[in-house]
Design a protein. Structure first.
Lengths: 66, 374
């Protein structure tokens, strides 16, 4: 019986060592992707910069219903 | 649908990390790029905006294996109807065939959808942008996804946005597209269909309204008399939108454009060109589609040499259903009422030949009835 308790304790302890979801999420939060894409300020600056250099994406000659 | 500001299209909410199914997947695992590079220009090198198109199996397949495999053959991915109809009208190989293929790639094929463009963002063809900060939406929102693409006909009909029409009775009951068009239908069943009428799990009115043929049902006599003779839409649709002509090209900046003639409203009953065991009705509603023999002239002359191979009036399933309509007000509101039928005089001269099989000859218009059901 004591052996079983010991095994159970070891199992529970081992599980706590597996990197779980919150730890992974924390790592993602620190990526450059999240730093930029969760900041409206940064995105406004970047999209304005893009708009200045990139021509229009849609033709103004489209007429009627598709 | 409100347009999104450029930054709104790509703003991600940090709470996405709490999504128990997708929050543990790093951005670069699907989109690529370099998550450690602080320079946004170099960090985005190799980034896939939509990692689910054209092949969704790498991004979604680990968990949604069956759906992502089936999707490849769904109509939203293959756009098979364009290929098969234009193919019949073009029927050219060699240089002309290649040029038409190129033109279709620049125009028609832009209207596809994908896992991402239904569940995460608005479809590219309507400008893209996250539906809600990159949250994964199990049920795509109707007006930002479904009717964003299927707008000028289906969407406006369903929502009653055309002047003088009412919203569909289904809309009035607060039904969204997915009540009839299930995920299974949208994702495909792994079979490649030529058009939506062939899809085995497509919705049918009697899926819900089977009891209309029951002995004690209201209007049972009328429903039984017309069963397999007319489609439900013939009696229950309001007038709907029709488009004509369509010319595609590229402007001086190389951007693709299309031009169609002004659309018009009508309601026309014609002969069913897709009559089959599953679709036995003799009469169906027909809609004029936006095509012209010179549609691809910008790219190559005489591309649609066999223009007459397919009717320009095609089977329509208007989404503006009403219980009571002018044509079902009484037997003779329809019987003997020539104006409801697509007659020879309703079809433009050079379009008479391709539509011969759907035009209703005078002798086939149902005669006026003396008898009226009680």
């Amino acid at each position: 019986m004591n052996y079983l308790r010991l095994i159970a304790l070891i199992l529970i302890f081992s599980l706590s060592l597996i990197p779980t979801f919150p730890f992974t999420s924390q790592a993602y939060e620190d990526t450059q992707c999240f730093q930029c894409h969760t900041s409206a300020k940064k995105l406004i600056e970047i999209t304005r910069e893009i708009a200045e250099t990139r021509p229009a994406q849609q033709s103004s000659e489209t007429e009627g219903e598709g | 649908m409100e347009p999104l500001a450029p930054h709104e299209k790509i703003f991600v909410d940090m709470d996405i990390l709490d999504d128990e199914n997708h929050g543990g997947i790093a951005c670069h695992e699907c989109h690529g790029g370099n998550p450690d590079d602080p320079n946004w220009k170099t960090a985005h090198k190799g980034v896939k905006r939509d990692p689910t198109y054209p092949d969704a199996t790498a991004a979604c397949g680990d968990c949604h294996d069956e759906i992502s495999e089936h999707y490849q053959k769904s109509l939203h991915a293959t756009l098979k109807p364009y290929e098969s109809v234009i193919g019949k009208r073009c029927n050219s190989k060699g240089v002309i065939g290649e040029k038409v293929e190129g033109a279709m790639g620049a125009h028609c094929s832009q209207c596809h959808s994908s896992c991402g463009q239904c569940h995460i963002s608005r479809p590219d063809s309507v400008g893209g942008g996250f539906l809600e900060s990159h949250f994964f939406k199990r049920k795509p929102p109707m007006q930002e996804v479904c009717t964003a693409c299927h707008g000028s006909r289906i969407g406006k009909e369903y929502l009653g946005e055309h002047e003088g029409t009412s919203p569909s009775v289904h809309r009035q009951k607060y039904m969204s597209c997915d009540k009839c068009h299930t995920g299974e239908e949208m994702h495909g069943d792994g079979k490649e269909y030529a058009n939506r009428f062939e899809v085995e799990n497509r919705p049918s009115c009697v899926d819900c309204h089977e009891s209309i043929y029951d002995k004690k049902a209201k209007n049972v006599i009328t429903h039984r008399i017309h069963k397999d003779k007319t489609s439900c839409h013939v009696c229950h649709s309001q007038p709907y939108n029709n488009c004509a002509s369509c010319h595609v090209g590229k402007d001086k900046n190389g951007l693709a454009f299309y031009k169609t003639k002004a659309s018009w409203f009508t309601f026309k009953i014609g002969l069913n060109p897709l009559r089959s065991e599953k679709r036995p009705e003799k009469f169906v509603t027909l809609r004029h589609v936006p095509v012209h023999s010179e549609t691809f002239d910008f790219y190559v002359k005489d591309a649609l040499k066999n223009f007459n191979a397919v009717p320009t009036w095609k089977v329509a399933t208007p989404h503006n259903i009403q219980l009571k309509t002018p044509q079902n007000a009484s037997c003779n509101a329809c019987h003997g009422n020539e104006s409801l039928f697509l007659l020879d005089k309703d079809v433009e001269g050079k379009e008479k030949a391709p539509n011969k099989g759907v035009i209703v000859p005078a002798n086939l218009i149902p005669r006026e009835q003396k008898w009226q059901p009680k």
